[in-house]
Ligand binder design. Structure first.
Ligand code: 9MR
Length: 335
């Protein structure tokens, strides 16, 4: 485990005197938070067996970290493979859990063929809209019954000052701004019962938050079916302040939508770190992380009329994408 440790939370949220290393001895997160919201984890099929007990004890909702993304289900035109996603869907059914669907339309992890014609030239708007509709239809037909909430559009807002929507997206470049509204309408047509979410990172930073609110209001004004906001929550010991999270929750809750915290983790590093100061978390880092999680979960509880799911992006400290971000994990070689 590197100092990126993100999910010591299982120990600290419920901590009061519980020794580190005993995930199975602490009270169940899912039961503790059942009066407030679902507790979820992002998984890959490979973690189901090794983490079976942990998953069943602490989580009531699962998200596939990668296996439902476009490039994971389809590598070439007309061919879809579902075995990875199916394994997790089966597990969710077997254990009576909820499942979030991640993600239908994103600028990343889309196979190149989607945007190209037979001559390897960019397709036109109508063709791309048809392909989007086909993909959304295929995913919702297969997983509509299992998945209760979809991240329909992921990370469409720009991080740049003065730019509203992300322009470095093939969806945006080829279809134009209304690709977002189209995606939601297509998802709703494919499965009118599905809860449809817009999901993004840095969603509590004021500048980006205001752009997300603008987008949601525009969609609502146009009668686009949207039911929730996904606040990813890739946070750290340093950022963002709890007061900033509170302000964002206050503003988002005025939109009349559900809120899911979709990708929560708590890096030991600031996001722009280039080198670690330590490879193992110190006691001080762990207790700061514990306090942050405690404050953040107290805040979430205050907003439990709108926050309905809090999902961690990973299962445990030895299974988290933070091992490689922002600093790559140390590779230990035996002598
Ligand atoms: O955790 C995911 C990692 O395994 C993948 O390599 C990566 C590819 O872009 O995506 C990660 O998950 C991202 C999620 O799908 C969207 N929000 C940001 C997440 C972390 O990068």
């Amino acid at each position: 485990m590197g100092a990126n440790a993100s999910l010591v939370l299982l120990l600290v949220l419920l901590s009061s005197g519980v020794a580190l290393g005993g995930e199975q001895q602490v009270p169940s997160l899912r039961e503790t938070y059942a009066p407030y919201f679902e507790i979820g984890a992002a998984v890959s099929p490979g973690v189901l067996y090794p983490y079976d007990e942990l998953l069943q004890t602490h989580f009531s909702s699962l998200t596939l970290e990668n296996a439902m993304k476009f490039v994971e289900v389809s590598r070439s035109p007309g061919s879809y493979r579902f075995h990875s996603a199916d394994r997790v869907v089966e597990y969710v059914r077997e254990h009576d859990m909820l499942m979030r669907g991640h993600t239908l339309v994103w600028h990343s992890q889309v196979p190149a063929y989607v945007f190209l014609d037979e001559d390897n030239q960019p397709v036109d708007r109508d063709t791309l809209l048809e392909r989007m509709e086909e993909h959304i239809g295929i995913m919702l037909e297969r997983y509509g019954d299992a998945v209760y909430a979809w991240d329909v559009v992921n990370e469409a807002i720009s991080d740049e000052a003065g730019e509203y929507l992300r322009t470095n997206s093939r969806w945006y470049e080829i279809i134009g701004e209304d690709y977002i509204a189209h995606a939601f309408r297509m998802a709703h047509a494919a499965d009118p019962d599905a809860k449809l979410f817009y999901n993004d990172y840095n969603a509590v930073q004021p500048a980006k938050r205001d752009k997300i609110i603008r987008l949601i209001k525009e969609l609502q004004a146009d009668g686009v079916p949207i039911h929730g906001i996904g606040i990813q929550g890739h946070w750290s010991l340093y950022d963002p302040p709890v007061s900033m999270i509170r302000q964002a929750l206050e503003l988002y809750s005025e939109l009349g939508l559900e809120i899911h915290i979709t990708e929560l983790d708590m890096s030991m590093y600031a996001w722009n770190s280039t080198a670690p100061s330590v490879w193992e978390p110190t006691e001080d880092m762990l207790s700061r992380q514990a306090r942050r999680y405690d404050e953040i979960f107290s805040l979430f509880r205050e907003f439990s009329d709108v926050i309905t799911n809090v999902t961690f992006w990973g299962v445990a400290d030895d299974h988290t994408w933070l091992d490689d971000f922002p600093v790559r994990a140390q590779i230990l070689t035996s002598l």
